[in-house]
Ligand binder design. Structure first.
Ligand SMILES: NC(=O)c1ccc[n+]([C@@H]2O[C@H](COP(=O)([O-])OP(=O)(O)OC[C@H]3O[C@@H](n4cnc5c(N)ncnc54)[C@H](O)[C@@H]3O)[C@@H](O)[C@H]2O)c1
Length: 271
């Protein structure tokens, strides 16, 4: 028997929902009968929302949003929030890599950092601030941040990305503590390795720096990585993250807050 996650008719906002992991998260919420708003800087978001809406039980719509623009995020909060609003769950899944190979770290410049921090960290901070008042009045619900296993291991591949993800895990814990008296939960998911445009950009930055004889196809590079670092020996999928996201939003996870769940095939194991 399927677990009833009781998300039908709840409002859900997914920032970074046009593609990849965010889109899969939105799809899983739509499958549960939630009303979903996809917000993304990519104008494709409206098309992605229309396609999802065609088969969804609830309503799915798209909104073009640059999460690094606080005024724009606040405008979306006043549009979606308020007394009559059904919005209960917010997911921050927007993210970027530096598109540079940062090993060793001095191969990058300090000037490569701000953009990566802006999108991965400040976008999430903007969203938490803009929706804080709505969530307090809501008196229920959740906020989820998509971090990364890079947050927990000082990943040498992309230092500003790694640092931004560590910061978001830390901020999530503050959000969880401050929202707890309002019965609003906050958590993070740290995905492992998922074949999205972002993952491909990590390979592209690496490959560009290799000598001709060391260059690899994306599939070979990725396959070798998975074999060497992932105990389960397989890729994670956007759907894996989507399913964990709806679980964390649901009452089944009613006592889970301030946690980072690694959906990574066992790459990271902490005692
Ligand atoms: N792919 C992986 O292996 C992996 C691993 C760990 C963590 N993650 C994280 O998962 C999340 C989703 O990444 P993905 O792999 O699906 O990448 P993706 O590039 O497929 O999707 C990221 C989405 O964020 C959007 N976005 C970027 N900047 C934005 C902005 N300023 N405002 C609004 N939207 C913006 C993009 O347009 C895109 O639709 C990111 O936070 C990423 O860091 C991915």
């Amino acid at each position: 028997m399927d677990m009833d996650l009781a998300l039908t008719n709840d409002g859900v906002l997914v920032i970074g929902g046009a593609k990849g992991i965010g889109q899969a998260i939105a799809q899983q919420f739509a499958n549960e009968g939630a009303d979903v708003v996809l917000a993304d800087i990519d104008p494709q978001v409206t098309h992605a929302a229309r396609t999802m809406n065609d088969t969804a039980a609830g309503e799915v719509c798209g909104s073009i949003l640059d999460a690094t623009n606080y005024e724009a995020v606040k405008a979306l909060a006043s549009e979606l929030g308020g007394k009559q609003s059904k919005l209960k769950h917010i997911v921050y899944a927007a993210g970027v890599g530096s598109n540079k190979f940062g090993f060793p770290f001095w191969e990058m410049e300090p000037s490569d950092w701000p953009f990566v921090l802006e999108v991965n960290l400040m976008g999430a901070v903007n969203v938490a601030h803009a929706f804080a008042s709505h969530m307090q009045h809501c008196g229920a619900g959740s906020i989820l941040f998509i971090a990364s296993i890079a947050a927990q291991m000082g990943s040498q591949t992309d230092p500003p990305y790694s640092a931004a993800k560590a910061a978001i895990v830390n901020f999530m814990q503050v959000v969880a503590k401050d929202f707890a008296p309002y019965n609003v939960r906050a958590n993070a998911i740290s995905p492992g390795m998922i074949q999205t445009t972002l993952n491909r950009s990590v390979w592209a930055a690496w490959n560009e720096r290799q000598t001709d004889q060391d260059k690899q196809e994306y599939e070979d590079w990725a396959g070798e990585k998975i074999r060497t670092i992932c105990p389960l020996g397989r890729w994670q999928t956007p759907e894996d993250i989507g399913k964990t996201a709806v679980f964390l939003a649901s009452q089944a996870a009613g006592n889970i807050t301030g946690q980072t769940i690694n959906v990574d095939g066992g790459i990271i194991m902490h005692s």
